[in-house]
Structures are given as C-alpha cells and as structure tokens.
Design a protein around this ligand. Structure first.
Ligand SMILES: Nc1ncnc2c1ncn2[C@@H]1O[C@H](COP(=O)(O)OP(=O)(O)OP(=O)(O)O)[C@@H](O)[C@H]1O
Length: 496
C-alpha cells in the first residue's frame, strides 16, 4: 500500500516537473524577450525574500576579452590550500618551483567552505557556456569560468570589506611566493635575467640569532607595511647597508632576504652605467617586490668626496678636456659618470613616483670610506654589520655542515673564536666534510687546527708590527737627540 503511494507520488511529481518545463519552454519560445526578462527578474526578487544569503560572482575574464581578471586569479591561488583539503575534484597544474611543484584548484561545480573571524563562507566554481556560433582561434573562449562567494546577509559589511581584502592580499602574496624569481643584471643600460635559485635562507645564515631575528622582523614589518607607508606619506622603500670584511656573508644575506620575501633581485653594476640618465632609466625599469643591490659601493664610484667636490671635479674635467681639444664624453668613455648626487636623487625622490615595495641594499667592505650623506638614516635605514664568526654563528655552520648540535670540542672552538678572527666563509670551508658520512670530529679538529694557526699568525704579525713601531719610535728619538745637541736649536749658545 505504502509502496503504491510512493510510486504514485513520484509519478505525480514527475508529471508536475514535466509540465513546468513544458510551460517554461513555451515561454522561452513564444514570449517576447522583455516579458521573459520581467518574469525572471521578479521571480528572483521573490526568492530573495526567503533566501538569506548573498552571492558575489567573480568572472575569469572581465573588460578586455583575453585579459584574465586579477581578482579571479588571486582567488584561485587563495583557495588552493583549502581546495586541496576539501574539494573532491581538483585541477592540477605544474609550477616550476622546487618548494611547491603543483598548483591545485577546484574543478567546475565544486564547493569549499572558508572561515574568517568565525564567519563561514562558501566558494563554488562554475562555468557559463556562451551559445554563440562564432568561430574562435582561442580554445574554449566561449566557456566563461567564475567563482561564486556565498555568505549570510548579516555579514555583508565585514565580508565586502575585510574578508575580500584579505582574500585578494593573501592570494597575491602566495602567487608572488610561488612564482619563479629572477636575478637581473645590467649590461650597460639593459637588464637581462636568469632564474634565481640561490638556496640561502635565514635558517642557514650563520650570525648572532638575536641580530638575525631583528632583521627578519624588520623585513616582515616592511613587506606588510603598504598601508603604513601610504598613511605617513612615504615611498614604500627601505634601504639596507651591509658592511663587513670579505667572506662574512653579505651576498649570502641578500639571497636569504630575497628568498624570505619572495622578491626578485636586481644586481646593479654601477661601473657599467654610463651616466645618471642611464641609471635613472635602469632603476625605473625595476619591478616592485624586488631588491636592488649595489655591491661594493665604495669600489663602484668615488663616494669619498662631498657632492660639492664632485661638481667641481666634473667642471675641472670639462675644462681640461677643452684645453686638450677633446670632447668631454670621449675623454670619459671608460669611467662611469654616475655621480653620488644622481644616486642620492634616485634613492630619495624618484622612487616615490614608481610605487611598489622595493629594498635597496648597498654592500661594502669599508664602511668608513662612504660619504655620510649616502648612508644617513632615511636613505639607508638599517645598517647591518656582518663580522667575523662568533660562537653562535659557528653553531649554525656546525649544524649545516655536520648535523652537529653539540660536541666536546665545541668549548675549544669557542675559546679560539673569542681569541682570533676568522670569517664565516673560512669556518665553513674548514667544516666542509671530505667524506660521506662526514667525519664530524675530524672536521672539528681541522677547524681547531686552522684557528690555532690563524691565532699564531695574528700574534706573529702583531709582534712584527710592535717591533716596527718600536724601531720607528727609536729612530724618532735618535733624530730628536741629534737635533737636540744642536746648540742653536737647543737654545744654548755653547758658553757653559
Ligand atoms: N654568515 C654566513 N653564513 C653562512 N655561510 C656563509 C656566511 N658567510 C659566508 N658564508 C659562506 O661563504 C661564502 C662567501 O660568502 P659571501 O659571498 O656571502 O661573503 P661576502 O661578505 O659577500 O663577501 P664579499 O665581500 O667578498 O663579497 C658563501 O658562499 C657562504 O657559503
């Protein structure tokens, strides 16, 4: 009996659906477009009276036909992580990045949930198929994909402002992190690039952990500081000066910074730049989210003099050239005519017009040689000294090279590092294993031997210098004495 009723009901339901579809087909076929539109509009309005959710659609292509919407692609990236844990049907694509080889997105008509400040929202994906008969060279151009966001209307305010901002920002950041990064170098006025694949990280960088954390915090604050910089009306840029003896990790730190922030690197060779105009053009061409590096700034240009002096020198050069009957440019063809003021102008001002976050990093082995105007705060906001290897830095290297956290020989290494100066590059070289698996104790003993030798050499050098100093003093005393016996100089008339 019951069975019969169910079958009966299903039969009725089937015929009702069939009738509705038939009527809708008739309406579509015979009713004018305006009436159909009218019915659709009011039926939608009627439904929204009872439906408490709001929906927003983000189309893949907006405006220009073949330009992918930035919002769509940011949402796709943002949803990647949620998709990989929630969706049942996924689409995968290869991205050439060792840390994350595949990018995952949800397949059409999938739905995933997301949570923001305790509010649940739903994302679904879909596609509209255009019923046009046009012929296209582009594959699937009549398929219009979209993401649809659904949320309760009581959260309208927070979702439309904070949540969407969060999604777009996160999506863009993940995208930047996942992309292939580039190392640009300039050949004269042209940038050329290769893929940047340096493995350095702050984890493997040997330096005092407190100092390291300070740098990481500074970089994080800077990279999240777009709003702050806008609010205070300053260009979103930050200057770093890395200084210290060769082999203390200045270049390694730049690579670690780029990897940490996910930025490109522009390695600017100043000596290859003809003049300030060329410099300006090169710098304006740099993209945002990048680190512009000028290594060994003291060797790249004459930065010792004041700016006034440079102008004077330039004038003198022009006059000299004129006397010799040579055009100034011909005379100067080999040396870079980039001036300190040209560089300072850019660091100070032009950037503000370029927008986007950029770090500029200068490195030098001789900080004392630099013009104070170049490295004052505001231009070079953070001065970082990379120095000889301390015990904390050694521990990082011991772990990197030998997987050693502690060892009885560490104490001896500590003593020696306090008494002598060895760069992290030299310590690393001594810890480099020569066998596999590494002979940990052998490497440590090798390092101790090298440290003892360096200490001895330093002591010998000091002794020689002291001896030279003593001899010099002695010579001066003797000269003084010789001068002293001169009765005239001595103020004596020799009559005593
Ligand atoms: N602080 C460090 N942490 C880890 N490795 C380091 C460090 N310093 C140096 N090294 C090792 O030594 C090598 C040389 O270091 P790097 O080129 O970074 O020094 P630098 O200070 O830039 O030298 P230069 O002034 O000559 O350019 C690197 O390849 C790296 O392996």
């Amino acid at each position: 009996m019951n069975k019969f009723n169910t079958a009966d009901m299903l039969g009725h339901l089937g015929s009702v659906i069939a009738s509705v579809m038939f009527i809708w087909a008739i309406i579509q076929q015979y009713f004018p477009y305006n009436i159909r539109n009218f019915i659709e509009k009011y039926s939608q309005r009627f439904l929204t009276l009872f439906y408490p959710y709001i929906q927003i659609t983000f189309n893949e292509f907006t405006g220009e036909r073949f330009k992918r919407s930035e919002a769509y692609s940011a949402i796709e990236t943002y949803l990647g992580k949620t998709t990989s844990t929630q969706a049942k049907r996924l689409k995968a694509d290869v991205i050439k990045n060792n840390t994350q080889p595949l990018s995952l997105s949800m397949d059409d008509h999938e739905e995933v949930a997301d949570e923001f400040n305790g509010i649940k929202v739903y994302w679904s994906s879909g596609k509209n198929i255009l019923k046009t008969q046009t012929f296209s060279f582009y594959p699937n151009t009549d398929e219009k994909r979209y993401y649809k966001l659904t949320f309760h209307k009581r959260y309208r305010e927070i979702i439309l402002t904070d949540y969407l901002k969060h999604v777009l920002k996160e999506g863009k950041e993940i995208k930047v992190k996942n992309r292939l990064r580039k190392l640009y170098t300039n050949n004269g006025a042209q940038w050329s690039h290769v893929v940047f694949e340096h493995p350095a990280s702050f984890q493997t960088l040997a330096m005092d952990p407190v100092k390291k954390q300070e740098i990481i915090d500074d970089l994080t604050t800077f990279s999240n500081g777009e709003e702050f910089y806008n609010r205070i009306g300053r260009a979103w840029k930050r200057g770093y000066l890395l200084y210290g003896p060769p082999g203390t990790g200045k270049s390694t730190m730049i690579a670690a910074m780029a990897n940490f922030l996910g930025y490109d690197i522009y390695d600017l060779e100043l000596t290859a730049v003809k003049d300030n105009t060329e410099l300006r053009r090169l710098l304006i061409e740099t993209s945002s989210k990048s680190i512009i590096v000028i290594e060994d700034i003291d060797c790249s240009m004459d930065l010792t003099g004041q700016r006034k002096k440079e102008v004077k020198e330039e004038e003198e050069e022009v006059t000299d050239a004129a006397k010799k009957g040579v055009k100034p440019q011909e005379n100067e063809s080999k040396t870079s005519k980039v001036t300190l003021s040209g560089l300072l102008n850019f660091v100070d001002g032009l950037w503000s017009a370029c927008g986007g976050d950029r770090l500029i990093v200068f490195t030098t082995n001789h900080v004392e040689k630099l013009d104070p105007a170049l490295i004052r705060r505001g231009r070079m906001d953070k001065h970082i000294e990379l120095s000889y290897c301390g015990f904390e830095a050694f521990k990082v290297l011991a772990w990197n090279y030998l997987y050693l956290e502690t060892h009885e020989l560490f104490e001896r290494v500590r003593e020696l590092l306090e008494e002598t100066e060895m760069t992290p590059a030299d310590v690393a070289e001594n810890l480099m294993p020569k066998t596999s698996p590494p002979d940990q104790e052998g490497c440590l003993r090798g390092l101790i031997g090298a440290l003892e030798k360096t200490k001895e050499e330093a002591e010998m050098k000091k002794k020689v210098e002291e001896e030279e100093e003593r001899k010099k003093d002695l010579r001066e005393v003797k000269t003084g004495e010789v001068k002293g016996v001169n009765p005239v100089e001595n103020g004596s008339n020799g009559s005593v």
